[in-house]
Design a protein around this ligand. Structure first.
Ligand code: B12
Ligand code: SF4
Ligand code: SF4
Length: 312
């Protein structure tokens, strides 16, 4: 009975278009405690929202008291295009080339919950994608979707790390998957390639990460220590993923909405610099880039252009 239900839930998740699914028991995960150390070191910088609802971030049962199982899902967002190496183009990280993943994953998780509830009355749950106080990567690792690599992302053997994560937390007991082994081995390519030394094995100081500096650090100039290290990144950064050997096993996604829109894979810096606020909003209205306020986006574009004039 439990195993039939488990298999049905996994089948449904895959048929709705998730590329990976795994299930873990809802319990307190030992590694969740590292978050406290991370916050106390100030590694979250200006992301003060990471301090909120700490009890929930540490234990999923605080978020949903009826929780028994965590169904972790992943969606592949790799598309077969590469970042332009031409200096006239800015670099937007791959995850933001297409439409915002939150909406796409949430819609599918909602549908999954509806289907589960209609087949198993009495089963209920809550769904989460990124923005809730839950550590997505911990659950993906615990449910065997992949392992947390030294660059801190979840890596899989079939899609590399080009995956978005989400969870459906259910009030029903199911059969559980085993966490996956760590396949990083002696590799340190991500740590060596990071231009701002934001990484140590399995740990990140977000305040040094270009992704934080260009997306999450609002209303401040890029610190002097990092502004000449942006390497044309104007929204996020993919360096520690691009160099990862496991990302040679990527497969193009079948999700059309993740494909690049408006030439986001090679936007012209001078065109971006000239955008008005209204046109910026319109151009990026469906993209995760809209998370960055206009002022901060233009700050990033200007910082990259300034580096180039300094190089000449
Ligand atoms: C805050 C945040 C950021 C911050 C901090 C990054 C980070 N690593 O936490 C910033 C702004 C820098 C960021 C950047 C990016 N992010 Co982000 N981010 C988040 C968010 C909202 C919370 C993550 C969190 O809880 N961090 C807290 C710290 C403590 O967690 P951690 O670094 O994973 O730390 C763990 C390890 O250090 C581990 N640990 C400690 N010791 C040891 C020892 C060993 C041996 C091991 C194995 C582990 C281990 O324990 C910690 C607790 O889990 C999640 C969504 C969510 N709700 O979970 C998305 C999320 C992590 N981001 C995501 C993405 C896509 C990105 C970027 C790739 C975007 C980009 N291209 O620019 C980059 C990647 C940069 C990087 N190298 O991590 C995806 C990751 C998907 C994946 N494949 O893993 C997520 C899961 C969103 C989603 N739902 O899909 N992000
Ligand atoms: S995303 Fe870029 S800056 Fe951040 S840790 Fe990875 S390589 Fe370093
Ligand atoms: S680059 Fe190497 S060390 Fe870093 S995450 Fe990939 S396999 Fe692990």
């Amino acid at each position: 009975m439990k195993s039939t239900r488990t298999n049905r839930i996994k089948e449904k998740a895959l048929s709705l278009g998730f590329h990976k699914v795994g299930i873990a028991p809802a319990k307190k995960l030992e590694r969740s405690e590292y978050l406290k150390e991370w916050l106390s070191k100030g590694y979250h910088g200006q992301m003060h929202w990471m301090e909120n609802y700490l009890d929930k971030r540490l234990d999923v049962r605080e978020l949903y008291p009826d929780a028994k199982s965590v169904v972790a899902v992943a969606m592949n967002y790799y598309t077969p295009y590469q970042h332009s190496q031409d200096k006239k183009h800015g670099k937007i990280s791959r995850y933001a080339w297409g439409e915002d993943y939150h909406k796409i994953l949430k819609k599918k998780l909602k549908q999954l919950l509806v289907e589960i509830k209609s087949e198993y009355p009495g089963v209920d749950g809550r769904l989460f994608v990124d923005t809730a106080p839950i550590q997505d990567k911990l659950w993906a690792a615990e449910a065997g979707i992949g392992w947390q690599g030294k660059n801190t992302n979840i890596l899989t053997r079939n899609y590399g790390s080009w995956i978005f994560l989400g969870e459906l937390v259910l009030n029903a007991e199911l059969d559980y998957d085993q966490p996956m082994l760590d396949y990083c081995g002696s590799c340190t390519a991500c740590i060596d390639a990071c231009p701002t030394q934001a990484l140590e094995p399995y740990k990140i100081d977000a305040t040094k990460c270009i992704s934080y500096l260009t997306i999450e650090m609002w209303d401040k100039p890029i610190p002097d220590a990092y502004k000449d290290k942006l390497e044309n990144w104007i929204f996020g950064c993919d360096i520690c993923q691009d160099v990862c050997p496991w990302n040679r096993f990527e497969k193009p996604t079948d999700v059309e909405s993740f494909h690049p829109q408006n030439s986001n894979e090679m936007p012209l810096l001078n065109e971006l610099q000239a955008l008005s606020e209204d046109v910026f909003r319109l151009r990026f209205r469906k993209s995760p880039v809209s998370r960055s306020k206009y002022k901060n986006f233009i700050r990033n574009v200007n910082a990259v252009i300034k580096n180039q004039s300094a190089d000449r």
